[in-house]
Design a protein around this ligand. Structure first.
Ligand code: DGJ
Length: 727
């Protein structure tokens, strides 16, 4: 049983094949974490509750006296504010008296197979109830009447647990949730490194690793979206952990708005890690009887290194997060016109794109920004989702028919959450954008964000999109989001609920996306936010792929894709071959092949030699689709370890195929390069046609391959394919 309750010691034990997690109900009713780590057989652990050293003034619970636990040091399962636990808290409730002391104690629990959905919010899911088990622990604050339910779902075979929290106001007074995080973890040491992913537009999800030190450290977003700047991902890893070895805890929040991921190391040299909705600019009023659900956090633990941590996330997301038709069905190979034309296109040009694309074996044309209103640059027309007939004479139907007549699918771009001041929508509804009364809101890319907390605003945008989608055969949508949210307020929220704005905005966006994906389940949705500014599991629940970055230079892309792969699978990473001239088309193709793969250039400008290269790449896209999308990724040489080259490998689940890609970045001749493959069956024989060798998996993994002279000059790249052969 993945979840057991030992009634004698009052301990819950949650087991996966790579971890055990122990929670104890203390005699005071405090819910304590005894352990999270490699599997252990024991039902409980003695003497872990106190963790007492000589704390400052040593607060203690009067029920069991000074020799009992102190909330200041005890390993709290869900740390609360104000009742003697001074570490970063997960919960703080301001009650009707105005104070925010919060103290929850165990009340009851339930264990059941399967997993529930969170109303209005994306979650990971089970395909069948026997894939996971759930524990719900209820805890009550006796004074405020708040009941907190801690949810734990254990995906035993995948080494994954998910956590979330529900708050219900059982009192007769309203209260305010000042912070209500999804996850709180007390780790009995601080001998770890913290890994996070930071960046900016054109340079997302860079790897950042630093030792944990005393005090608070972590990342957050206050931008209204998960952001380019910090991803809602963090890993706490043993200081000596590398790709192959070492204890790693990985955390990822299924949420697309403001978040925190924060570690605090205290006087005791223990660590508390919390993750959830950012309490800055947040407070939620809960009327009697009302319910609040936090987003879900995903946790993995492995003692087999950072690489295995990533693969656990990848397998889990491919099976339990990505939804709908395109979870398993092969996605059409697309060409997007953005970098090929920017705003300068018309029907004729797009049809000419389609003609050449068809010759090359490309399967779908995506029309990017600029087809609507009077948009010829980024100054206007967002919100006016009707066709620009000057560019597309006769309307969308004329264009789409011609694309379909050539045997290509058709996709198009929207930025549904935005409005340009110069638009009919803005002129008709000058109060629908997010702004604070009496202030001039900030502009970003000449645009405002629509107030999607409002039903009428969402309905208007939906009606406009639906008018197009119900009329034409649209196979794909790119959903863009090109600014951050400032001046956050809604005209329809009462003053004391204005602090709910950011979360309500995210819920409004999710509602619109859910409506789109349920009404049009066959549409392949790709999210985008100025590249990868909203690359998070919340968005992945609606769109199986997200545009990874606007930076399509393959060399710049390496750290971005390596960083993104820390927790997101290749199947989710939008990656295209563009016209970037720094490298030849082969390297652009080899790097884009790591993701969803496609083109983003004017195909008419390709030379004959490049066209031949594209045809070969198209064939490789089909050949390696399953291997890359659903195989195991091994980062053999990562940009954060080596400035001269990058090497990565995919291995099929059956271990019968592998694909190694090497890219030379510069000065590769600095030393002899032996690269050891990983994840193969040591006892099988593999053949590599490019090297013309046949040898054992054991040799490839232990002796390695000499890569010194392979594609050794700057920006060259090579792929090596391996498949098993009979003895
Ligand atoms: C930002 C996206 O990341 C680009 O790919 C492109 O769609 C532009 N927006 C269009 O304005």
């Amino acid at each position: 049983m993945p979840i057991q309750f030992d009634s004698e010691s009052r301990t819950f034990k949650l087991d996966t094949d790579s971890s055990s997690y122990l929670i104890k109900i203390h005699e005071t009713g405090h819910i304590l974490n005894l352990y999270y780590g490699a599997p252990i057989p024991d039902a409980t652990i003695q003497g872990r509750e106190k963790r007492r050293v000589s704390a400052s003034f040593s607060l203690y619970d009067p029920i069991c006296g000074i020799d009992g636990i102190s909330p200041d040091t005890a390993p709290m399962e869900y740390g609360c504010n104000g009742a003697g636990d001074f570490r970063v808290s997960a919960l703080s409730v301001r009650n009707h008296n105005g104070d925010s002391t919060t103290d929850i104690r165990y009340a009851s629990h339930r264990i059941y197979p399967g997993k529930k959905k969170i109303p209005g919010m994306p979650t990971t899911y089970v395909n069948a109830d026997n894939e996971a088990d759930t524990l719900e622990i209820d805890a009550v604050d006796a004074v405020t009447g708040i009941r907190i339910t801690l949810f734990y779902t254990v995906f035993h075979d995948l080494g994954v647990m998910t956590r979330r929290v529900r708050a219900v106001n059982y009192s007769q007074y309203p209260c305010h949730l000042e912070r209500v995080l999804s996850l709180c973890m007390d780790i009995p040491s601080m001998d770890f490194d913290l890994i996070t992913l930071h960046g900016r537009h054109n340079n997302e999800r860079n790897y950042c690793r630093r030792p944990l030190v005393r005090g608070l450290q972590g990342v957050e977003s206050k931008r209204g979206s998960s952001s380019h700047n910090h991803n809602p991902f963090a890993a706490i890893v043993q200081c000596s952990a590398n790709e192959e070895y070492g204890a790693c805890y990985g955390f990822n929040l299924v949420y697309s708005g403001n978040f925190i991921a924060m570690a605090e190391c205290d006087f005791n040299a223990t660590t508390r890690f919390v993750m959830g909705i950012n309490p800055t600019d947040f407070s939620w009023k809960l009327e009697p009887g009302e319910v609040f659900d936090t987003p879900e956090a995903v946790m993995v633990y492995t003692d087999r290194g950072i690489g295995e941590m990533s693969r656990m996330f990848h397998r889990f997301y491919n099976r339990h997060l990505i939804r709908g038709r395109w979870k398993t069905e092969k996605r059409p190979l697309l060409i997007n016109n953005w970098e090929g034309t920017f705003f300068d296109f018309n029907t004729e040009k797009l049809v000419a794109f389609a003609d050449t694309a068809k010759e090359l074996g490309i399967e779908m044309l995506v029309m990017d920004d600029g087809w609507f209103g009077k948009r010829n640059d980024d100054n206007c027309s967002l919100g006016d989702w009707f066709v620009n007939e000057q560019k597309l004479p006769g309307g969308l139907g004329v264009l789409i028919d011609q694309i379909h007549a050539r045997g290509l699918k058709f996709g198009m771009w929207f930025e549904p959450e935005m409005v340009s001041p110069d638009s009919e929508l803005f002129r008709t509804h000058p109060d629908w954008h997010i702004h604070v009364k009496g202030r001039h809101p900030m502009l970003g890319r000449h645009q405002y964000v629509l107030d999607l907390t409002r039903r009428d605003v969402r309905e208007n945008i939906w009606q406009q999109m639906d008018a197009i989608l119900s009329k034409y055969e649209i196979d794909y949508i790119k959903w863009d989001f090109n600014r951050n949210i400032s001046d956050a307020a809604s005209a329809l929220l009462e003053p004391e609920r204005q602090t709910e704005f950011f979360h309500r905005y995210v819920l409004g966006t999710y509602q619109l996306m859910e409506r789109l994906t349920t009404t049009y389940p066959n549409i392949l949705l790709e999210n985008c936010s100025g590249g990868g500014g909203r690359f998070d599991p919340g968005m992945l629940s609606f769109s199986p792929q997200i545009w990874t970055s606007d930076n399509t230079d393959p060399i710049d892309r390496l750290p971005i894709q390596f960083g993104t792969s820390l927790c997101y699978p290749a199947s989710t990473m939008g990656a295209h071959v563009s016209a970037c001239s720094r490298t030849g088309i082969e390297t652009r193709g080899n790097v884009a092949l790591w993701g969803t793969f496609g083109y983003e250039l004017d195909p008419r400008k390709l030379t004959e030699a490049e066209k031949e290269a594209v045809k070969a790449q198209v064939a490789e896209y089909h050949q390696y689709y399953d291997l890359i999308h659903y195989g195991d990724l091994y980062r053999l040489v990562s940009p954060w370890e080596d400035q001269h080259l990058a090497v990565w490998e995919f291995v099929s689940e059956s271990m019968e195929e592998a694909l190694v890609t090497k890219v030379s970045i510069g000065n590769v001749w600095d030393r002899y390069r032996l690269v050891r493959m990983k994840g193969l069956d040591p006892n099988k024989k593999y053949h590599c046609p490019q090297l013309n060798i046949t040898c054992s998996g054991a040799l490839l993994m232990n002796a390695g391959i000499d890569m010194t002279e392979l594609a050794a000059w700057d920006y060259q790249s090579a792929k090596l394919y391996f498949h098993t052969v009979d003895e």
